[in-house]
Structures are given as structure tokens and as C-alpha cells.
Design a protein around this ligand. Structure first.
Ligand code: FE2
Length: 504
């Protein structure tokens, strides 16, 4: 492994930090690495694995003003690229306006989600709540040959060179980028080259939906009127429709009027799912009502006869009670533990002719952060690959392949003390079957104080990794990941080594 240090940041986190989401498996990194020819610890890198795994991370540089929430951390992208049976690795901070301002100040300038916005030293800021730092640390997709990072509370889309991970700037869309920003979970449709997105905020109409074409031009933007401010996190799409949501978990209206942002589950209200033609207007939205829950993540949607089939994770308990069990931090962050929220793969069938919604639980297993072979995005898929969680914590301890046709599940569990990432499915070059490819994930190994990249056969993940590659240092647990085939990345094919190509 050839290793080079590209940069270091000066962290002002306390040496005796005891915050579980800034220590242990969530210990942030301060070093940016470039490593070529990664050491293979076990197995062999498949020669037909060709492309990039990208993963975002909440990686804080400064302490919170008072209370740190793991969603506040500064965005850091980890990338592992595979070509010709070799692999390279890079990690870089997303150079957000907030990160740069705080680097100059040497202190935090914005209140995180668990602190009150009035505490922000800066009057400006981002996010649906307002006066937050856009950390761009939630999600990453590749669109039009560029990696785009995003923030769950809405903000800019930061454009990164997918090979060097250098921040190129922010999406501007010819001056038409929405003033209220864009939410995490933009959808990059590999079949059309389009990027679908939504945003949300505290001002009517409370949500918008838009489409960016394959040439990165904003070609559609429309209002999605909601009854009030909502906290959507994800969306879905089919070949002809986008699916937005109005979940009954949102800021209490009376408290919000007094300036308090207290999210409450309202089991007296339905989950509403809004179906809109991909280039449709607000007048064309069909709303469906379903059993109350909060959906953090959908997996996929597709059309079948008169119905839209929508798969996602139903939360059995969107607002877990404080039972007094566990540590102070476990109680504070009980909303992040999959077992507390009881997240299960679920199917909503939205009948466009009758306006009725039928729904069914697809499994008793608790999983979340589900992904699929993205060439099946918006089309009928059979398989979902999801993460399993560590009880009581926002940590992943393995992956589960759900066969949605037979109900069969295949599971791979990591050793105790080793934590995984959201997997990504990498179709084998030239593949024709949906699960003909690989699953890629990154680990944080607290036993050996190191991190690895694991590659599984997507057809047989329970067999364990086909290959284990060593990363230069132990990385923090993180958030969303994506796969980009080499063919989608400028400069990939022509370069002697994608690792040394500047690409763009
Ligand atoms: Fe998410």
C-alpha cells in the first residue's frame, strides 16, 4: 500500500471527550489520506469490480456549543475505487462554507440540532430549522459525473471530483438553485441520467420537488403544498412518477409558534404518500393515506398495473419512550437505535385508479439503510440489501439480503466490536442478473484498531467477504453510501490508473 497524507485539520474537540458519537467507533478523523494499491488482507479483489464506493461521514472538527448530535458533524467522504483487481482509497472533508468559516474562527459558529438556534453566534445559516451549519454530511450520490453531497436539513449540494474528492464548488443550476436549499436523498436515476430532489422548510408551501437533467440543468421545479412544516427525509421514484411524503412526525405547531423545535409523533394522523408525475405540477399530486409511522428511508418504487409498489422501512415506534434504561447518551439518542424505532421493511401499494393504499410488512427482521442494484432504481427489483443494527446504538453490525419474492433472508454478522457501513451494490461488469455483483462496505474494527473495506458476493453474502482490504487508519462510523460504476466517471477509462487521474 502506497500511502500519502493529503491534509490534516486542527480539531478542537476535548482530549477527555466522553461523547459516544465522537469517540470509540465514532472517533472523528483529522487526517486526509491517499492510499494506492490497498493491501489485501484476505481473498482477492474481483477483476470485474470496476468503479467507486463513496461513503459520507459526520466527522466533527469542533465541539458543539452545548449538546452534540451525531447529525451535526462535518461531512467527510471516504472513497474506495476498484479497477483491474486493485483498489485505492481516499478520504477528504467536504469544504463547506460552514467548515471554512469555523476553521478561520477556530470555534463552532452554529448551533446543532440539539441546541437552540438562538445560541448560534452567527445570525445566518442553513437548514429547515434555520441558523444551522450545512455540514453536507448526510448523503452522497453521483450525478453527471460529479459526486454530490447533501445535508438532511436542506442546504447546498456540494460538488466533488469523484476521484480526488476535491470540493469543486456548489450546484448552481444556472442561478436557479432553490433559495431554501435541497434535502439529502436526491435520487440519481441511472436509467435517465436525471437527478430528482425535494426540499422542505417552515414557510408555505413547505415542500418543493424538482428535476435536474443529465446535463445538470434544472428542468422542473414545483410546489408541494403541505398542511404545515414537516420533516421528510427521503423520497422515491418510478419510471413515470416521484413519490413524496407527509409523515405524522413533525415540529409541534404550538411550540413552534413560540420558537421551540420539538418533533412529535402524531399517531392520530395518517402517513400521507404523494404521487406526482415526474414533470408534474402540484395540481397533479395524488395523496394516499396509510397507517401512521415515520419513514426515514425508502428503498425503491415501481409501477405494476394500476399500482405503484413502494418499499421502505416502517417504524413500529417512531417516538421511543425514555424507559430510564441505558446510559445518559443512549437515552438521549434512543431515536437513532434501529431496535428502539423497530424499523422493518414494509410495502405500500398505491392504486392510482382507486386512490386506495394497501400495505404489508415484508419481514419481522429489524433492518434499515436499504440499498439495491441502482440500475433497478424505479423499476421492479427483487433484492434489497440492508444494514442490521447494534441494540441501543446507531451502529451497524452486519448486512441482510432480503429476497422480496420469496421472503428469504441471508445475513452476515460482523464480529463483536466490528461495525459496518451502509453497503452499496456494485453490479459486476457485464452482469445481467439483478444480484450478479458485489456488496461493498467499510468497517470500523475496535478490536484491532483498524478499518477494512469488505467485498461480498451479492448473490451469497452469508458466505462472508470475498476480499478484505486494509485502509490507512481506523475511520469513523458514518452515514450514507453509494456506488458509481467506472463508466459513469469522467477520466476513469482513459487513465493509466484512476487513482492518479484528475478526472475532471
Ligand atoms: Fe438518510
Amino acid at each position: 500500500m502506497d500511502v500519502e497524507i493529503l491534509g490534516r485539520v486542527l480539531s478542537t474537540l476535548p482530549d477527555d471527550d466522553d461523547h459516544p458519537y465522537r469517540t470509540g467507533p465514532w472517533r472523528p478523523q483529522t487526517t486526509e489520506w491517499k492510499a494506492d494499491d490497498l493491501t489485501v488482507v484476505e481473498g482477492e479483489i474481483p477483476a470485474d469490480l470496476d468503479g467507486l464506493y463513496l461513503r459520507n461521514t459526520e466527522n466533527p472538527v469542533h465541539p458543539a456549543l452545548e449538546r452534540y448530535h451525531p447529525f451535526d458533524g462535518d461531512g467527510m467522504i471516504h472513497a474506495v475505487g476498484f479497477r483491474d483487481g486493485k483498489a485505492f482509497y481516499r478520504n477528504r472533508f467536504v469544504q463547506t462554507d460552514g467548515l471554512i468559516a469555523e476553521r478561520e474562527a477556530g470555534v463552532p459558529l452554529w448551533a446543532g440540532i440539539a441546541d437552540r438556534p438562538e445560541k448560534s453566534p452567527r445570525q445566518d445559516g442553513w437548514g429547515a430549522r434555520g441558523r444551522m451549519k450545512d455540514a453536507s454530511s448526510t448523503d452522497v450520490v453521483v450525478h453527471a459525473g460529479v459526486a454530490l453531497t447533501s445535508f438532511y436539513q436542506c442546504g447546498d449540494l456540494y460538488r466533488l471530483n469523484p476521484l480526488t474528492l476535491e470540493t469543486l464548488g456548489k450546484s448552481d443550476w444556472g442561478g436557479e438553485f432553490p433559495s431554501c436549499g435541497v434535502s439529502a436523498h436526491t435520487k440519481s436515476d441511472e436509467n435517465t441520467g436525471e437527478l430528482l430532489f425535494f426540499n422542505y422548510g417552515k414557510d408555505a408551501p413547505y415542500m418543493h420537488y424538482g428535476v435536474v437533467d443529465a446535463d445538470d440543468r434544472l428542468v422542473h421545479y414545483t410546489e408541494v403544498p403541505l398542511p404545515g412544516p414537516r420533516l421528510p427525509h427521503d423520497m422515491a421514484f418510478t419510471e413515470n412518477y416521484a413519490i413524496l411524503n407527509d409523515c405524522p412526525l413533525f415540529w409541534d405547531a404550538d411550540l413552534l409558534a413560540k420558537g421551540h423545535h420539538a418533533a412529535r409523533f402524531r399517531p392520530d394522523l395518517p402517513l400521507r404518500l404523494g404521487v406526482i408525475p415526474r414533470r408534474g405540477t402540484s395540481a397533479q399530486i395524488l395523496w394516499f393515506e396509510a397507517a401512521p409511522t415515520y419513514v426515514l428511508h425508502f428503498v425503491n418504487a415501481y409501477e405494476e398495473g394500476d399500482e405503484i409498489v413502494l418499499d421502505g422501512f416502517f417504524q413500529g415506534d417512531p417516538e421511543p419512550r425514555d424507559t430510564g434504561d441505558g446510559s445518559f447518551y443512549q437515552r438521549m439518542f434512543r431515536f437513532l437505535a434501529l431496535d428502539r424505532m423497530q424499523t422493518r421493511l414494509h410495502r405500500w401499494r398505491l392504486n392510482l385508479r382507486t386512490g386506495q393504499c394497501r400495505e404489508e410488512r415484508l419481514t419481522d427482521s429489524i433492518t434499515e439503510f436499504g440499498v439495491l442494484n441502482n440500475t433497478y432504481g424505479g423499476r421492479r427489483n427483487r433484492y434489497t440489501y440492508a444494514a442490521s443494527g447494534v441494540e441501543g446504538w446507531f451502529l451497524f453490525n452486519g448486512l441482510v439480503k432480503h429476497d422480496l419474492l420469496t421472503g428469504k433472508e441471508e445475513r452476515y454478522t460482523l464480529p463483536e466490536g466490528v461495525y459496518g457501513s451502509e453497503p452499496a451494490m456494485a453490479p459486476r461488469v457485464g452482469s445481467t442478473a439483478e444480484d450478479d455483483g458485489y456488496l461493498v462496505t467499510l468497517t470500523t474494527d475496535m478490536n484491532e484498531d483498524r478499518s477494512e473495506c469488505l467485498i461480498f458476493d451479492a448473490a451469497r453474502p452469508a458466505d462472508g467477504p470475498l476480499a478484505r482490504l486494509l485502509l490507512p487508519e481506523r475511520i469513523s462510523s458514518g452515514t450514507h453510501a453509494t456506488w458509481a460504476p467506472g463508466s459513469a466517471i469522467p477520466g476513469w477509462a482513459g487513465a493509466d490508473s484512476p487513482a492518479t487521474s484528475v478526472g475532471l
